[in-house]
Design a protein around this ligand. Structure first.
Ligand code: ZN
Length: 428
């Protein structure tokens, strides 16, 4: 039978679809149940891990420029310039007379989920919707959506300032000869991270998230390395422009809290000793949070940080697929999480009641490291959505005041410590 040409195509498509369905069902029938638990999906060792879903620097710049042009609520400016000459964008949203809060993401260039979440929040706040007005009636929202634009171009953890010294893990002594107590890997405070260059050599560049010292001359980097001198040990100048940009933003706007979004490796939820059914053992962790753990952070700022973490955990429970745990992190004062808590001390002492909130958010999965820690592009949508949802919960709770009614101790109970890393079972 002759079929008019125009009708052939749908028929061919229908036949092709049928073949696909048949093939798929054969494939399903032949594939045993996924042995890859907990969670999934995992990247296969030979999978090409696409980063196309993440915005390049040019795309990020274009989007921010467009939002700035279209929205009266959003102003985008450069908070600083990187070693390679890129602007570190700061989006300022709403009325500067309202309560300021600060979100920063992608200090580590290979940790991009937070940037997409931050971009989406900037967009959502820019459109004069009811949701946006609810937040902006109360808050002045500051966002640095990509602290490390240079590192993001590879992507790579460090800031690609290859003049940086090699990492130094020897112990650090104070002037009296006492060891400054620290986690072993915090050593002398020279925090650089290595990268293999194409010519086979190894280069070192700065780990931005160890350089948030408000008083640079007091930093371990300077105190532990007396007499070294040069641009990398100059007591008058922090050598990491990206950290300086965030510190100056903080200094200028005095946000009541800072949330810093990263990516982490893969781990599984542990058994809950309290039997809280909010946590589901053995499932793969999708995110982790942590408040300041440096002992010198005042209690009010630490409690505010725990309230923020709890608001995010409670929102994560509504997502269904999320498993949020407590990140295991140290007390090093130059890490943003501790530094912005410590900066609350003076403000609280001066009579502010709400200041120094600081939370680290870790979204599971990285773009560096290959399939062992990288879960590929399969979960990008879910993970970005989780980051966006929990950041929005922090904004929401702060704007409507419900945050301040949360019991900080509940954060300790509900957000379980998690240190069970798991490897991708598909990688030998
Ligand atoms: Zn990180």
């Amino acid at each position: 039978m002759y079929t008019p040409r125009t009708m052939r195509r749908p028929l061919i498509i229908a036949l092709a679809a049928l073949v696909c369905v048949l093939l798929a069902s054969v494939a399903v029938a032949q594939t045993p149940p996924d042995p890859v638990q907990p969670g999934g999906p995992w990247a296969s060792p030979d999978q090409t891990l696409s980063l196309e879903a993440f915005s390049s620097y040019e795309e990020l710049t274009d989007q921010l420029t467009k939002i700035d042009r279209q929205s009266d609520a959003v102003e985008v400016e450069s908070a600083g310039v990187t070693g390679q000459g890129r602007d570190i964008w700061l989006a300022k949203i709403g009325d500067p007379s309202k309560t300021p809060v600060l979100i920063i993401t992608q200090q580590h260039g290979d940790e991009p989920h937070g940037t997409e979440a931050a971009l989406s929040i900037i967009k959502k706040l820019s459109n004069n919707s009811r949701d946006a007005r609810t937040i902006l009636d109360e808050l002045y929202v500051l966002v640095v959506p990509r602290v490390n634009p240079d590192g993001s171009t590879i992507p790579e953890r460090g800031n690609l300032d290859f003049s940086a010294p090699e990492r130094d893990s020897r112990s650090c002594f104070d002037t009296a000869g006492n060891v400054i107590p620290s986690r072993l890997d915090q050593g002398r405070g020279v925090f650089t991270t290595d990268i293999d260059l194409s010519d086979g050599t190894v280069a070192w560049s700065y780990d931005i998230n160890r350089y948030h010292w408000p008083e640079w001359s007091d930093s371990w980097q300077i105190r532990c390395n007396p007499g070294l001198g040069g641009v990398h040990f100059d007591p008058d100048q922090n050598p990491v422009p990206e950290a300086v940009a965030v510190l100056e933003t903080y200094e200028t706007y005095q946000p009541i809290w800072v949330i810093d979004v990263h990516n982490q490796g893969i781990s599984a939820v542990v058994e809950d000793p309290a039997g809280d059914d909010a946590n589901r053992p053995n499932r793969r962790v999708t995110s982790s949070v942590l408040w300041p753990t440096n002992d010198d952070v005042n209690e009010q700022s630490r409690d505010l940080s725990k309230q923020l973490a709890l608001a995010m955990k409670l929102r994560s429970l509504e997502l269904g697929y999320s498993e949020m745990t407590r990140y295991v992190g140290g007390d090093f004062p130059g890490i943003a999480r501790n530094a912005y808590g410590l900066l609350g001390n003076e403000r609280i002492a001066a009579g502010e009641t709400v200041a120094g909130g600081s939370v680290l958010v870790e979204i599971s999965g990285q773009t560096e490291g290959g399939p062992s820690t990288n879960i590929g592009q399969k979960s990008i949508g879910k993970l970005v959505n989780e980051a966006r949802s929990i950041l929005w919960a922090a904004l929401d709770g702060t704007a409507d005041g419900s945050l301040f009614d949360l019991d900080p101790e509940r954060a300790e109970e509900l957000i379980l410590v998690n240190d069970v890393d798991i490897d991708n079972p598909r990688v030998e």
